[in-house]
Write a protein that binds this ligand. Structure first.
Ligand code: P53
Length: 473
């Protein structure tokens, strides 16, 4: 009963949100470096405002982030102290290939991740590596127009080949693209796309989607060829859409919204485009160049497991949908649930529902690779935070996940909370939106000593892991 004995408990991060050292040891510039905190951020990450150089008057939090690049030993030691079985992290493409289209990789970059993986292994922590987590070389944007260009598939394949060879024996679990469906909602972040005047945006988005899907299948193939032990997963930003009412039009709308996201995973798990997607392309007059080779690669290289992030469910009505497309998985206010300081719904039962829906749909082992509460923390003079609100959130969600395993029989490989150490928010660029068990002294403007300290939740999560999810009090 309960979670499997080898259940992979841990935490998840992304290179650009914690490493800093943006221009050290030969690292090239990436899209994520050029996303400022503050008002301009939304228009930049959605590809509406072109910002391919640092501009005066903006603060770019990824430049320094929380300096994991120089402090990874200290940070991994803290993860180990909590008893982590796994650590989900990502590789910065531009540390390996600074421009993206070079012939040979940057040895310093390869070395850095090798050291990080070895540090994990020292404590028996299994690395779970996202190959691209909202991360894309600026040079490939300027020269090739981002993922809307098929040439990027080859550069990505090259990156994969290099890292799979180099880290063979050190890394076994891989995710091809973080929250692949987010590319529809934040195209600059998810696909290096800056829209051109008058461009058919849907065309650019779905071309990019196709290229990422094909690249993901290639990655799976290459990973398995280089090491049959490799396990490759896809990654969905999940969260079921509820219809606002039982009105059939609202129910239909919710189904369509869910499909917009499941579309990607449908291809990665089943190996072909679902009919509703082909009809959608046809209806919108989208010309997606799906070659015979693409079809074959997609068909023969489906994923080994399905991973996803879950923060909240979403809610939609026909009327709201008619008002037009919004940004970043917009949702109506669900009158039955409370929201966080950042307006994200609190819905643990929705987690169980979502897990079950994904399992019913795909029948593959699942991995929850992000979940957590972004909140404002107020530390005392020692950096200690009494974050009972965070413990409450995680407790309720772990219980719901346990129900999905124990009562519903879902096959679940592991669970990594988002941001076990405070890091830069992807959505807003703030430091103030914290998820960690470990507090980091740094503010939205980059001030602070970067000192690490344990919050109350640190000891709590340690106990959860030690009891394999039995002791949640
Ligand atoms: P932040 C949108 C919707 C759902 C998840 O988000 C999302 C996003 C993009 O913000 O991102 C994931 O930091 C993502 C992480 C991110 C985390 O959720 O905006 O994979 O990089 O930090 C939390 O609070």
């Amino acid at each position: 009963m309960g979670f499997r004995k080898d259940f992979l408990w841990g935490g998840a991060t992304a290179a650009n949100q914690l490493e800093g050292a943006y221009n050290e040891d030969g690292r090239g510039l990436a899209n994520v470096d050029l996303t400022p905190v503050g008002e301009a951020r939304l228009s930049v990450i959605t590809g509406k405002r072109k910002m391919l150089e640092f501009e005066e008057g903006y603060f770019y939090p990824a430049k320094g982030a929380i300096d994991f690049y120089h402090r990874y030993k200290e940070d991994i030691a803290l993860f180990a102290e909590m008893g982590f079985k796994t650590y989900r992290m990502s590789i910065a493409w531009t540390r390996i290939f600074p421009k993206g289209d070079e012939e040979t990789p940057n040895e310093k970059g390869l070395e850095f991740y090798e050291n990080v993986f070895k540090e994990c292994r020292k404590y028996g922590i299994e690395p779970l590596v996202t190959i691209t987590h909202f991360d894309f070389p600026i040079h490939l944007i300027k020269e090739y127009g981002g993922w809307r260009n098929r040439k990027i598939v080859d550069f990505y394949k090259k990156l994969c080949e290099v890292i799979f060879k180099r880290y063979k024996g050190l890394v076994k679990y891989w995710l091809t693209f973080n929250e692949i469906n987010i590319l529809l909602h934040a195209p600059f972040m998810g696909a290096g796309i800056v829209f051109e005047e008058g461009e058919n945006e849907k065309q650019a988005l779905y071309a990019a989607a196709h290229h990422e899907l094909v690249a993901s299948a290639w990655a799976t193939k290459i990973a398995h060829e280089i090491d049959p032990e490799n396990k490759v997963g896809c990654m969905l930003a999940s969260g079921k859409y509820y219809p606002l009412t039982a009105k059939p039009e609202d129910v239909w709308e919710a189904l369509e919204k869910d499909r917009e996201n499941y579309f990607f995973i449908d291809v990665q798990v089943r190996g072909y485009y679902p009919n509703y997607a082909l009809k959608f392309f046809e209806r919108n007059n989208l010309k997606i160049d799906i070659t015979e080779e693409d079809r074959k690669i997609l068909k023969e290289n489906t994923v080994d497991f399905v991973s996803f992030s879950y923060y909240t469910t979403r809610c939609i009505s026909k009327e709201a949908a008619d008002l037009g497309e919004g940004n970043l998985l917009e949702s109506m206010r669900n009158p039955y649930i409370e929201v966080t300081d950042w307006g994200w719904g609190l819905d643990p039962l929705g987690f169980r529902t979502t897990i079950n829906e994904i399992y019913d749909r795909y029948q593959k082992p699942l991995f929850v690779v992000e979940n957590g509460l972004g909140a404002v923390d107020t530390p005392d003079e020692n950096g200690y935070v009494e974050d009972d609100y965070r413990i409450d959130y995680l407790r309720a969600h772990i219980k719901a996940m346990k129900d999905a395993v124990e009562l519903d029989g879902v096959d679940l490989l592991g669970y990594t909370t988002w941001g076990p150490i405070d890091l830069v928010s992807a959505g807003t660029g703030e430091m103030k939106k914290r998820y960690g068990f470990i507090y980091v002294d740094r503010d939205n403007a980059g001030n602070g000593t970067l000192k690490r300290s344990k919050k109350k939740s640190f000891e709590w999560y340690k106990k959860v892991i030690a009891s394999n999810g039995e002791d949640l009090e």
